[in-house]
Ligand binder design. Structure first.
Ligand SMILES: *Cc1c(COP(=O)(O)O)cnc(C)c1O
Length: 398
């Protein structure tokens, strides 16, 4: 039955994803089930989206209640759940103002527009360039794609949006050299996600912040993957002793509902006026109700964030031990909280498949980096199951 379903899927849907031959039907917490009833432990969680696990009761109830009350009215009116969410984000971050959209790439588009407009309004009209890092991922629409410094993603889609300058990640000297009178902003992921879970070196982000301050350049942090508790703090910048001027969020923000956000300080946000930017569905009641419930749950007693840090360390140690035992297959363990990567000496695709056969969903990014972004409610026993499975796979195959 699945075979026919998958064939039809290929017939009717554009061929944009390398999908596993698995039809998922149901999820609860750490687990998902396919159409035959087979159970999986989900270490990908919708690519770092289901931060509270699948169908968390608080998110589901918030959605149900909101669905009965009001689905959509546009941003030409005030909407209660949108203000609730904005307050939660502003009260718990560097920011003074929020803007809501529907996805990560859209948040990046808005951040690019805001940075350019701010720099032109307040610094100098020739300031339009944005510097980004090789290996970054900022999204698939034209502005965000042009900001993404990965040539393989650009191929066939040129010409790109002008005004983006690329430098190596973790190279403050290169960044200093790239800054000019035309620079409006530097946009960075605090930890590169799609690029292979790459950590910033010690002091790098602080040096970037200083460079921005010295040159009146805005710092945009793309926390679409690292935000919403993923690294054990509500936002990853909290680990690094800096604050951005603009931050983008999406992925985990809605606990499974589609939503994106731009957060900014007041002094920057003033550059958006009525007519500058907008979105029909952005900040709609349903998405905001889900996101508000998600952020509330993440902040409650700090329990989930503490678990993320503690269990993230346990997970990291387990992967380190695996690396010691299989040093010919594993190059490095990287990451923070529950955003972890295992760099392999060869392509990770076959291991992803072997894990799926054993009822564990993981993902491979950047060709040879196994990526683990499980729900933040994961417990030790579930991590042990993954480590045992990987051990068995490495023992047999590699
Ligand atoms: C996933 C991701 C995006 C793009 O988000 P979409 O919702 O897929 O458009 C942008 N930046 C980062 C850091 C991401 O991880």
């Amino acid at each position: 039955m699945d075979k026919k379903f998958i064939e039809e899927s290929k017939k009717y849907l554009m061929n944009t994803y390398n999908r596993s031959p698995i039809v998922l039907r149901k999820g609860r917490g750490m687990k998902v089930w396919d159409s035959s009833g087979k159970e999986y432990l989900d270490f990908l969680a919708g690519i770092a989206v289901n931060c509270l696990g699948h169908c968390h009761p608080k998110v589901v109830i918030a959605l149900q209640k909101q669905a009965q009350r009001l689905l959509h009215v546009s941003n030409l009116y005030h909407i209660e759940p949108q203000l609730d969410l904005a307050k939660l984000l502003v009260d718990n971050s560097f920011a003074d103002k929020a803007f809501f959209c529907n996805s990560g790439t859209e948040a990046v588009e808005g951040a690019i527009k805001l940075a350019r407009k701010y720099a032109k309004d307040h610094i100098s009209p020739e300031r339009h360039e944005i510097i980004t890092c090789y290996g970054s991922f900022h999204g698939r629409t034209y502005g965000a794609l042009s900001a993404t410094a990965q040539e393989k993603l650009h191929e066939g889609f040129e010409p790109l949006v002008p005004g983006f300058i690329y430098v190596p990640f973790n190279d403050i000297t290169a960044l200093r050299k790239a800054v000019s009178k035309k620079t409006s902003a530097i946009m960075i992921e605090p930890i590169q996600g799609e690029g292979g879970i790459r950590m910033p070196s010690a002091d790098y982000l602080q040096q970037v912040r200083e460079l921005c301050d010295e040159n009146k350049i805005l710092l945009i942090l793309d926390e679409i993957q690292t935000g919403a508790g993923r690294t054990g703090k509500l936002f990853a910048y909290e680990h690094f002793g800096i604050t951005p001027d603009i931050m983008t969020l999406a992925k985990g923000l809605g606990g499974g509902a589609a939503i994106g956000a731009i957060l900014a300080t007041d002094s920057v946000a003033v550059s958006f006026e009525p007519g500058s930017h907008g979105s029909t569905f952005g900040g709609n009641p349903l998405a905001c109700a889900a996101a508000a419930a998600t952020i509330e749950a993440l902040l409650e007693d700090g329990f989930i964030l503490d678990n993320c840090l503690r269990i993230g360390q346990y997970f990291f140690n387990g992967l380190e031990k695996l690396k010691k035992d299989f040093s010919s297959s594993i190059l490095e363990v990287r990451g923070l909280g529950l955003m972890l990567g295992l760099e392999l000496t060869k392509a990770g695709g076959p291991i992803v498949e072997s894990c799926a056969k054993r009822g564990i969903l993981i993902n491979c990014t950047s060709g040879n980096v196994l990526r683990f972004t499980p729900p933040l409610i994961i417990v030790e026993k579930e991590i042990d199951q993954l480590i045992d499975a990987l051990e068995d796979i490495f023992e047999r195959n590699l």
